[in-house]
Design a protein. Structure first.
Length: 376
C-alpha cells in the first residue's frame, strides 16, 4: 500500500465547507484507508473566511463525529480525515489552481456551490484571475487543462439541482462560446469529460462547542450515520469512480432526487420559514414541540408525499425515516443555517410541490402556501 503522504493530488474541489469535508473528503479517506489509493484533495476556497488557513494549519487532518441512530442502534464514532493535501484561496492563488488543472495526476473535480451557485456574473472573462462565479472558474480550469493536453476529467457537481452535471456542462459550454474558445474545446468538454449527475444525502452540522476535540480541532464537524451518494449511470461509458458503501450507481436518479429534495430538504426549508420567526433555533427544538410536529407531519404526509408517491417507491417509508433523522439527539442543526439562500432554495424544494399539488387536486395546499407567503 502506498504511504498516504505519497498519494498524488487527484481531486480538485471547489468548496471548503463542512458538507464536502464530512462527505466527499471523508469517503476519499475511507477509500484510501482500504488501499484504493484514490489520492488527495486540493481545495479551492472562493468565499470569504478562514477555512483554507485552518485546513493548511492542520496537516494531520480533522475529525468527523458520526453520531445518531442507524438500524435502531446508537452510533457514536469519530473518523479522522486526512485526504486534503492543501487548500488554495482563489482570490490570491489562482495561478496555483490553474497549475493543478494542468497536472497529469488530476482525475476528478468536485463542486458544491448551493442552489444559487450556478448564477453567472457578467464581468467574468476568459482572462479574469479569478472569475467570480463557480461555473466561470470551472470553465477556466478546463480550458487550462485542454490547452496543456491533459486527460479528460470526471466532474461531480454536488449541488442539490436536478440534472446538476448536465446543467453545469451546458453552462460551461455556453461560457466557452461567449468567450470565443474553439469548438474543439467544447467538444472535449462535452464528449470526453465525464459529467456525472448525482445526488448527495447526509445531514452535516457544526460540532458541539463542548466536545473534547473542539479546542484542538477547529474544523471539527458532525454528521449523521445515514449517507447516500446516488450517481446516475452515463449512457455511453462506465463511470470512473472509487468504491464506497455510500455510492450507488443507478439507472434513474429522478426518484432519489424527488424524495430527498422534496421531502427532507423541503421540510427543512419549510421548518426554517415557519418556526425560526417563532423563536425556535434548531431542528431538534422543533421536533420536541408537539404542535410543531403536528404541523410538520401534516405538511409532509398531506401535502408533500401525495405529489410524489406515484413516482417514488416507498415514499411514506422515506418520510418516516426523515422524522427519525430529524430527531437525531446529537445534531444541533440550526434553522439559521438552513435559512441561508432561502429564496433560491424554495424555488427547488417547495415551489414545484405546490404547483403539482394544485395540478393534481385542484386545491391550494394550506401549509405550503403559508410558508411561501411568509417568504414573499
Amino acid at each position: 500500500m502506498m504511504p498516504e503522504s505519497d498519494l498524488p493530488e487527484t481531486v480538485l474541489q471547489f468548496g471548503a465547507g463542512r458538507f464536502l469535508r464530512a462527505f466527499v473528503d471523508r469517503f476519499i479517506q475511507n477509500a484510501n484507508d482500504e488501499g484504493q489509493a484514490v489520492g488527495r484533495v486540493v481545495i479551492v476556497q472562493s468565499t470569504p473566511g478562514q477555512r483554507a488557513e485552518l485546513l493548511n494549519s492542520q496537516p494531520d487532518g480533522f475529525h468527523v463525529l458520526v453520531r445518531g441512530y442507524a438500524d435502531g442502534e446508537l452510533v457514536d464514532r469519530t473518523e479522522t480525515v486526512r485526504s486534503i493535501r492543501r487548500a488554495l484561496v482563489a482570490q490570491d492563488q489562482w495561478d496555483e489552481v490553474l497549475a493543478v488543472a494542468r497536472s497529469k495526476e488530476l482525475r476528478w473535480i468536485v463542486t458544491n456551490a448551493t442552489e444559487a451557485g450556478y448564477a453567472l456574473q457578467a464581468a467574468d472573462r476568459a482572462d479574469s484571475a479569478p472569475p467570480y462565479s463557480m461555473p466561470a472558474k470551472l470553465t477556466q480550469v478546463l480550458w487550462e487543462r485542454f490547452q496543456a493536453g491533459g486527460a479528460p476529467l470526471v466532474l461531480l457537481p454536488c449541488e442539490l439541482i436536478e440534472g446538476n452535471a448536465g446543467q453545469l456542462c451546458e453552462i460551461v459550454c455556453s461560457l466557452a462560446r461567449a468567450w470565443s474558445l474553439p469548438d474543439a474545446f467544447t467538444g472535449w468538454v462535452q464528449g470526453r469529460c465525464q459529467w456525472l449527475d448525482n445526488l448527495v444525502d447526509c445531514i452535516v452540522t457544526p460540532a458541539p462547542d463542548d466536545h473534547p476535540l473542539a479546542n484542538s480541532d477547529k474544523l471539527l464537524v458532525s454528521a449523521e450515520p445515514y449517507v447516500l451518494w446516488a450517481i446516475q449511470r452515463p449512457a455511453n461509458f462506465k463511470p470512473t469512480l472509487f468504491r464506497h458503501a455510500a455510492i450507488q450507481v443507478v439507472d434513474d436518479l429522478a426518484p432519489y432526487y424527488l424524495r430527498k429534495v422534496r421531502m427532507l430538504n423541503g421540510l427543512h426549508s419549510a421548518m426554517a420559514a415557519k418556526f425560526r420567526p417563532a423563536g425556535f433555533e434548531t431542528v431538534l427544538q422543533v421536533l420536541s414541540d408537539r404542535d410543531a410536529v403536528r404541523w410538520l407531519r401534516g405538511l409532509l404526509y398531506e401535502e408533500i408525499v401525495p405529489t410524489i408517491a406515484y413516482r417514488v417507491d416507498d415514499a411514506a417509508l422515506f418520510a418516516d425515516q426523515v422524522f427519525d433523522r430529524f430527531r437525531n439527539p446529537f445534531l444541533a442543526h440550526k434553522l439559521s443555517d438552513i435559512a441561508k439562500n432561502h429564496a433560491a432554495k424554495i424555488v427547488v424544494r417547495l415551489r414545484p410541490t405546490r404547483d403539482e399539488y394544485v395540478k393534481l387536486f385542484g386545491l391550494a395546499p394550506k401549509k405550503l402556501d403559508e410558508v411561501l407567503e411568509a417568504t414573499c
